[in-house]
Design a protein around this ligand. Structure first.
Ligand code: F0G
Length: 488
């Protein structure tokens, strides 16, 4: 048994100072398992036909490896499950709220911490309070629900990410950065009085899970401060962003993740958060800010739609799980495994000759389906064709982010190719092991070898908005049309 003197003379070695071996291991062992149901290609063909080739319509029991999203799909730790048992379900003033608030404030020292059931609920409340017609909300890139909530309030969402952030081949280390010149020019052109808020999404999900540098957060804050505009972080993947800062930004290599996170938030006046990502829980979120007037207004709206301010649409047990998750997510061993295992998948695909967005982001790998399948033109949905093939071939579920998602214009009829046709392989946190990922790489290698046989798709039914969730597809049958497309 080591004595306390022994411990004092042998302080723990900081993870960053430890020599790491080449093999990445999952920094956990498995205590409870959930079986994956194996299926045959014949079965999957039937399931996909029944789902009209829309992967959102599949039963998850029929999926082997589910890479549809990293949101709400994390495995919780034994400590989180234990914390769930400690949840206090009092309507008002529950100690679970205080545990949650303390854990958030430790990393993000805002005056007002308002729990919500997930990220978009925080967005809805915030933009109802401060949005409205004639106003602009600025962001590096709005996530879909953020933009939808901005627009629902009557305001306009403006994306001002740096040019490299839109170039899939650029290896810029911080492709999520705000374009500071464009930001200042926009503020001068429209007038600061029409801009109630500027946001930075860390990491930038819609731009490929790319990080924002500390320098850029600081500079964005300075521009905003000059014009009296508050800066909020869309903080869903704040810990992954912090790890990229530690790895890539000179001057931060010896900082702890907690210190980096605290500095990131020191430049912000508030944040929206989906705890379904970097708080390692299956449901939850919050809205945080320093402005007392805004907070009063937001809490009143919270009571209308979510619940009393000490539980905000959640159970006490959910608040406890978030408090514990926030402690675990900033552990460097966890983040090392998380970021390296996403890169492992990306490197495997690069080695197999599959074009992906570079560099690999934090939570997902994005395959450039348009480049991989040049014989399928954008209006025949190469991303959807690839996502369907991955399911048919190996039971892997992913998400098209391309012409299906963004191609339908506001009139609900006209279609245009999206800027890119991507397929997102989002990796749930602490769920899959390296052999699962090896299986995904092997499946894609095999698909890539036979890709010339893959066909484009057409839509047989779609709603006027958000068609990717419910559109019905079938394969293009017309061989002569396909040949003509190849020539074109
Ligand atoms: N902001 C970002 C950057 C997100 O990625 C998400 C969700 C939200 C806000 C909304 O949070 O789902 O808790 O309401 N992204 C998920 C995804 C859905 O699959 O990327 P929510």
């Amino acid at each position: 048994m080591p004595t306390s003197t022994h411990l004092a003379s042998n302080p723990p070695i900081a993870p960053s100072k430890r020599k790491r071996m080449k093999t990445i291991i999952e920094p956990f062992r498995i205590k409870a398992v959930e079986p994956i149901r194996m299926t045959s290609r014949e079965e999957r063909t039937r399931f996909l036909e029944d789902a009209h080739y829309n992967l959102f319509s599949l039963d998850s029991e029929h999926v082997l490896i589910d890479l549809l999203t990293d949101s709400g799909t994390s495995s919780m730790s034994a400590n989180q499950w234990a914390a769930i048992m400690r949840g206090d379900e009092s309507y008002a003033g529950s100690p679970s709220f205080h545990h949650f608030q303390d854990a958030v404030r430790h990393l993000m020292p805002f005056r007002h911490i308002i729990p919500t059931h997930q990220g978009r609920a925080a967005e809805k409340i915030l933009f109802t309070a401060i949005g409205g017609p004639g106003k602009y909300i600025l962001n590096n890139t709005h996530f879909d629900t953020t933009r939808a909530n901005v627009e629902f309030s009557g305001a306009e969402g403006v994306d001002l990410v740096i040019a490299e952030g839109k170039n899939p081949a650029s290896e810029h280390p911080f492709k999520g950065n705000m374009d500071l010149e464009k930001l200042e020019a926009f503020i001068k052109e429209k007038g600061a009085e029409h801009i109630p808020l500027c946001m930075l999404t860390v990491t930038n999900n819609s731009g490929g899970g790319q990080p924002v540098s500390m320098e850029n957060i600081r500079e964005t804050k300075y521009v905003c401060m000059k014009y009296g505009i508050p800066l909020f972080l869309d903080a869903c993947r704040f810990a992954e962003n912090a790890y990229f800062i530690k790895m890539r930004e000179p001057g931060y290599e010896n900082h702890s993740i907690e210190q980096i996170v605290q500095e990131m938030f020191s430049y912000a006046d508030g944040c929206t958060m989906s705890a379904k990502k970097d708080a390692l829980v299956n449901i939850g979120g919050w809205l945080a800010m320093n402005n007392d007037d805004w907070a009063l207004n937001c809490r009143n709206l919270l009571i209308l739609t979510e619940g009393f301010p000490t539980y905000g649409g959640l159970a006490g047990r959910d608040l406890e799980a978030m408090a514990e998750g926030l402690k675990e997510v900033v552990q460097e061993d966890y983040l090392h495994y998380r970021i390296k295992s996403t890169q492992y998948l990306g490197q495997g695909l690069i080695d197999a000759g599959i074009p992906i967005m570079r560099p690999v982001g934090g939570h997902a790998v994005y395959i450039d389906a348009r480049q991989m399948l040049p014989h399928i033109e954008p209006l025949h949905y190469p991303g959807q064709a690839l996502a369907c093939e991955m399911y048919l071939h190996a039971g892997i579920r992913t998400c098209e982010i391309g012409t299906v998602m963004f191609g339908l214009q506001a009139d609900g009829v006209t279609e245009k190719p999206a800027p890119m046709d991507l397929v997102r392989l989002a990796i749930p946190r602490r769920v899959y092991t390296q052999s699962h990922i090896d299986y995904v790489i092997e499946a894609l290698q095999e698909i890539n070898e036979n890709k010339s046989a893959m066909r484009g798709m057409k839509i047989n039914w779609q709603p006027k908005q958000l068609r990717h969730f419910s559109a019905r597809f079938s394969y293009l049958e017309d061989e002569s049309l396909r040949r003509k497309m190849v020539i074109n």
